[in-house]
Design a protein around this ligand. Structure first.
Ligand code: GLN
Length: 373
């Protein structure tokens, strides 16, 4: 994974980058890229990922597996190292939606050790997802998610998947999420601010690495520990976040970003007055090459353009494989209202019951029934 969940490619790992089983010259996505690559290569039946701004869905899409970002609070965060305390969600990465439902059955539910885990009944996701038709289901296509700059192959795969959902009986209409343009800015602002605060505890005294100072100066101990213990991307974000929270800038940056977050939530709420779920691409491109974006943080941040809004937006989202571009998997998001994981799993089940994209394995997977040509 990317260190502290910060990244979209696994190249910010403190150890070494994970490679994409479909093409070892390409990234598996991030930050939970190892979790997705392991399932894609059949090293395990399922894995868990952590999604603060796409880290389950984006690797799922790049590696051709199914990934569910449950609603914030649906799964306990106990034991998780906090990145953005109000966005972080744990969820399953699996080959198909049925396995995702089974894993969610086990991990969902109230946990007194996480004060924000919600105390509401957990449906049986195993039963919720036996469905093959979508008659009466209304699906919204957010116009803002099909903007310029999208890979034509990705667009074609998602548009074909939408037509398939329609053929299963769903009614499809265009909707608007007008504040989508602000999602990346507010996400990275809130993320850097909260991460800088959350990571303050890694000071060499209470948590994490502890480098002895030369002499007994505690400041020297902090400086050495934090200087050596964090990778470059983590340091960049701590510095950006500390700046955004500093006196005189708090109102202009953090407070403002929180206000725009409310607008994003309202966008989703309005859309869900009209439709049951939203369909969108996971990423504007398939997996990119290792090294392609690592020197340009802004370019890397922009690869999250379709996934980050769900977290500040407070919704749940399922990523399912929906095609290939030049041998690389493409993913589609099924976004649902807060706490309605059963709904997105049901739509995903109807899709996977009648398509085969989730059944392909990369040629070098451990139990390869043959790669996709
Ligand atoms: N790409 C996002 C980031 O770098 C992913 C974060 C996450 O979901 N953990 O912040």
């Amino acid at each position: 994974m990317d260190e502290f969940g910060m990244g979209s490619s696994c190249e910010n790992s403190a150890f070494f980058p994970t490679r994409n089983p479909w093409d070892p010259d390409r990234v598996p996505g991030g930050s939970s890229g190892g979790s997705a690559a392991a399932v894609a290569a059949d090293m395990g039946l399922f894995s868990l990922g952590e999604d603060t701004g796409g880290s389950i869905r984006m690797p799922a899409s790049f590696c051709g597996v199914t990934g569910l970002k449950p609603t914030y609070g649906r799964v306990s965060r106990f034991g998780l190292i906090a990145l953005v305390s109000s966005f972080d969600s744990i969820g399953p990465l699996t080959h198909d939606v049925w396995d995702a439902g089974l894993v969610l059955n086990v991990i969902a539910g109230h946990d007194p050790r996480d004060s924000t885990s919600v105390d509401v009944p957990v449906p049986d996701y195993g039963h919720a997802i036996s469905r093959e038709r979508l008659d009466g289901v209304r699906l919204g296509i957010p116009a803002e998610y099909f903007a310029e700059g999208m890979d034509p192959g990705v667009e074609k795969a998602v548009v074909t998947a939408i037509a398939h959902l329609q053929a299963l009986g769903a009614q499809v209409e265009e909707v608007s999420l007008p504040h989508t343009d602000y999602a990346i800015s507010i996400y990275y602002l809130i993320l850097t601010a909260e991460a800088s605060s959350n990571l303050a505890r890694f000071d060499g005294i209470r948590f994490g690495l502890s480098e002895p100072p030369e002499g007994s100066d505690i400041i020297q101990r902090y400086l050495r520990t934090r200087g050596e213990g964090f990778g470059p991307e983590v340091k960049r974000r701590i510095m950006l976040g500390t700046f955004a929270l500093s006196a005189g800038y708090y109102d202009a940056y953090y407070l403002r970003a929180q206000r725009v977050r409310t607008l994003l939530r309202q966008d989703f709420a309005r859309a869900f007055e009209k439709v049951d779920a939203l369909i969108a691409p996971v990423s504007p491109t398939p997996a990119f090459r290792l090294g392609e974006k690592v020197d340009d943080p802004l370019k890397m941040y922009l690869s999250d353009i379709h996934v980050v809004a769900a977290n500040p937006g407070g919704v749940c989202s399922l990523a399912v494989p929906c095609g290939f571009v030049e041998g690389l998997p493409v993913g589609m998001q099924i976004i649902g209202p807060a706490l309605d994981e059963a709904r997105v799993l049901t739509i995903g089940a109807a899709y996977q019951a009648t398509t085969h994209w989730h059944t392909y394995r990369p040629a070098n997977s451990l139990q390869s029934p043959g790669g996709y040509e």
